[in-house]
Design a protein around this ligand. Structure first.
Ligand code: NAP
Length: 241
């Protein structure tokens, strides 16, 4: 069975990606950190539409946990991960002058270093099978740079660079690596932002829905995207081009 691993699948954009990929016929590994109740809701919604999925909890910022939990899954299953969506992320905003080391480290560990730990685990099988899709959820913040988000912008810009570099390493094996850069999307992450004021800056005059990001991920995860690699696709309502 074709498997897709989605990090941060319990809520927000990740949940919508899990639903789309399950609907497209993948057995979805729903990763999350601690919110089992929300992860169960993602799983339930997939079961309701006769999709196939399972929960796989581990902290992507903890290399030992990634190795033990994801490593165990890989060792104990015949099927391999054909699609990896590096979606899980956090923000911890502060002006750099006030930023604590812990705010810098947690954002870099979760948004950037996790890419290394998780991707390495599944890449071997993709290369051996001469097929794979790696999709990294980055951000407008990593393209443009956002005040108050030096940590987050640095992490997301780092992933955009990693996307381009890895695409060059693995293209010959028919593994593609792309990024999707959302603008303001309605999730827990943006819940406290003043949508009424911010939407005036957006040409499409609204925040996006998680599904509008997931649609692009579904395309990149499919055979239809076979000649696209190393690319970052913006989903931001025209806010930044
Ligand atoms: P969200 O609603 O806050 O959900 C975050 C998800 O990531 C949850 O499933 C959470 O799991 C998981 N997660 C966080 N830290 C983790 C860790 N260490 N290990 C495993 N899972 C972890 O976020 P979102 O808005 O959907 O964002 C998804 C991605 O899009 C992120 O990479 C974010 O940076 C990016 N993005 C979002 C926006 C936006 O406007 N929302 C804009 C640009 C980019 P638990 O439920 O267990 O906590």
């Amino acid at each position: 069975m074709k498997c897709a691993l989605v990090t941060g699948g319990s809520r927000g954009i990740g949940r919508s990606i899990c639903q789309k990929l399950a609907n497209a016929g993948f057995h979805v590994l729903i990763n999350y950190r601690s919110n089992t109740a929300e992860a169960e809701k993602t799983l339930g919604s997939i079961a309701d539409t006769n999709g196939s999925a399972e929960l796989l909890a581990f902290d992507i910022s903890n290399p030992e946990e990634v190795k033990s939990e994801l490593g165990d899954w890989i060792d104990s299953h015949q099927s391999h991960v054909e699609v990896l969506v590096n979606n899980a992320g956090i923000s911890s905003d502060n002006l750099l002058i006030w930023m604590k080391s812990s705010e810098w480290d947690s954002v870099l560990d979760t948004n950037l270093n996790s890419f290394f730990h998780v991707t390495k685990m599944v890449l071997k099988d993709m290369l051996a099978n001469k097929y794979g899709r790696i999709i990294n959820i980055v951000s407008l913040s990593g393209q443009k740079g956002m005040s108050g988000q030096v940590n987050y912008s640095a992490a997301k810009a780092g992933i955009i660079g990693a996307t381009k570099a890895l695409a060059q390493e693995v293209g010959k094996r028919k593994v593609t690596v792309n990024a999707v850069a959302p603008g303001f999307i309605k999730t827990d992450m943006t819940h406290d932002l003043p949508e009424k004021d911010l939407k005036k800056l957006i040409p499409l005059n609204r925040f996006g829905d998680p599904e509008e990001v997931a649609n692009v991920v579904e395309f990149l995860a499919s055979d239809k995207s076979s000649y696209i690699t190393g690319e970052t696709i913006s989903v931001n309502g025209g806010l930044y081009t």
